[in-house]
Design a protein around this ligand. Structure first.
Ligand code: C5J
Length: 222
């Protein structure tokens, strides 16, 4: 039985063997999507990210229906002892990390705001990856997991498009993984950054990967 699906995408269609494919959902955490968290403390309108929630959930459900697709959720955050945030201390505006917010200490592991929003909450069987940086490969065992599971392709959703999604796609591309970014299942606080980041993925012959809509992916999986 073949498990290969072809998905219409930019700049051209992609064929993925689902046994070698993982869905990676980036940082769909309260700290980025809800008021009182990290995103809002940087002055962003967190409501902007909500348009990605329904497409992200639809993609997650479609992948859950495929027994073969490995599902990974990432969470950006730091240890309660704040020993792993030196990079953020370099920034004048990111210094809210560790401070008390509406959902506990901002962007700290174990706090309410660090957790994933209920709409796309991980199942026990799914991988949850805590990362201290923007990229999902930096200081995590993601590459080990993907290589051990013979994964070659990544379907990528989440927030924010130009920061953690893009950094992860760039890291993955350099490691030889084929990324398919789901445009409407990603979002940014800044509309033009989302548009530019998406175009950067598929432009120049798909320099970082391919881009499809959630509808295109879900139809191909049916
Ligand atoms: C940011 C992220 N924007 N998940 N993190 O700091 O994109």
């Amino acid at each position: 039985m073949t498990s290969t699906v072809t998905i219409p995408a930019k700049p051209g269609p992609v064929s993925f063997d689902l046994t070698k494919t993982a869905l990676i959902i980036i940082d769909m955490q309260k700290d980025f999507l809800e008021k009182g968290g990290f995103g809002e403390s940087l002055g962003n309108d967190v409501g902007k990210l909500f348009k990605a929630v329904a497409p992200c959930k639809a993609v997650l459900d479609a992948c859950r229906n495929q027994d073969d697709v490995l599902i990974i959720h990432t969470r950006e955050g730091h240890r309660p002892q704040e020993v792993c945030i030196s990079k953020h201390k370099l920034s004048q505006t990111n210094n809210c990390i560790g401070k008390a917010g509406a959902f506990g200490r901002i962007l700290i592991r174990g706090e309410k705001g660090h957790d994933i929003i209920p709409q796309v909450y991980p199942l026990e069987s799914e991988v949850v990856l805590d990362k201290p940086g923007k990229g999902s490969f930096f200081a995590t065992d993601l590459e080990l997991i993907l290589r051990a599971q013979n994964i070659e392709n990544l379907i990528v959703c989440g927030v924010t498009t130009e920061v953690c999604v893009h950094t992860t796609v760039r890291e993955a591309n350099d490691r030889g993984f084929h990324c398919l970014v789901i445009e409407d299942a990603c979002a940014s606080y800044i509309d033009e950054f989302h548009a530019a980041a998406i175009k950067m993925v598929w432009a120049q012959g798909g320099i970082f990967g391919n881009v499809a809509s959630s509808e295109e992916l879900i139809k191909a999986l049916q």
